[in-house]
Design a protein around this ligand. Structure first.
Ligand code: QAP
Ligand code: CO
Length: 166
């Protein structure tokens, strides 16, 4: 297992569109292990492959208190969405930045699990937000793109300054 480097906004690679996983083989399983270690080490509650510069449709989520309930979604697709909710989001690729985003309240998602087996999941609340946030990464989208251009620019400058001062 290994801790992977996480890309930080405004890295252009965060805007790469991920390709579907063709086979849940040894290399994908290794990527899942490494991403899990990376997410738990951070610590975070969600991580998309895009964030570790692997441009395949794979996301990991663990919103449990005990950090022992890893959800792996491969080639996820949202088949139903309803309602709306506002949630204060953060992102491991935009450290220290939190802001409110409006998203669907409930989603139904179809995906493959870590054994390549199809499953379907209905989610609401934080889990639903997390799924939508992580799936955005696979489309090359970061949550701050939902904020006003003014806020986004301030965040971009803050991040660039942080990276300069490191
Ligand atoms: C996405 O984000 C998410 O700024 C997952 O300094 C977050 O795990 C979806 C983190 C909230 C819905 C609601 C952020 C860690 C972790 C930071 C994360 C930081 C350290 C973010
Ligand atoms: Co994120």
């Amino acid at each position: 297992m290994a801790i992977l480097d996480i890309l930080h906004y405004p890295d252009a690679r965060l805007h790469t569109v991920a390709q579907p996983v063709k086979a849940v083989d040894a290399s994908i399983k290794r990527l899942i292990e490494d991403m899990a270690q990376t997410m738990y080490d951070a610590p975070g509650i969600g991580l998309a492959a895009t964030q570790v510069n692997a441009h395949v449709q794979l996301i990991l989520i663990d919103i449990s208190e005990s950090k022992d309930d890893l959800l792996v979604l491969i080639n996820p697709k949202i088949t139903e969405r309803s309602g709306e909710q506002d949630y204060e989001e953060g992102c491991l690729s935009v450290p220290g930045v939190y802001d409110t985003v409006r998203r669907a309240d409930r989603v139904t998602v179809q995906a493959l699990d870590r054994d390549g087996k199809p499953f379907s999941l209905k989610a609401e609340g934080l889990l639903s937000v997390c799924i939508q946030h992580e799936m955005d990464h696979l489309l090359g989208k970061v949550f701050i793109e939902y904020l006003s251009p003014l806020k986004r620019n301030r965040i971009k400058n803050k991040m660039l300054k942080q990276q300069r001062d490191r």
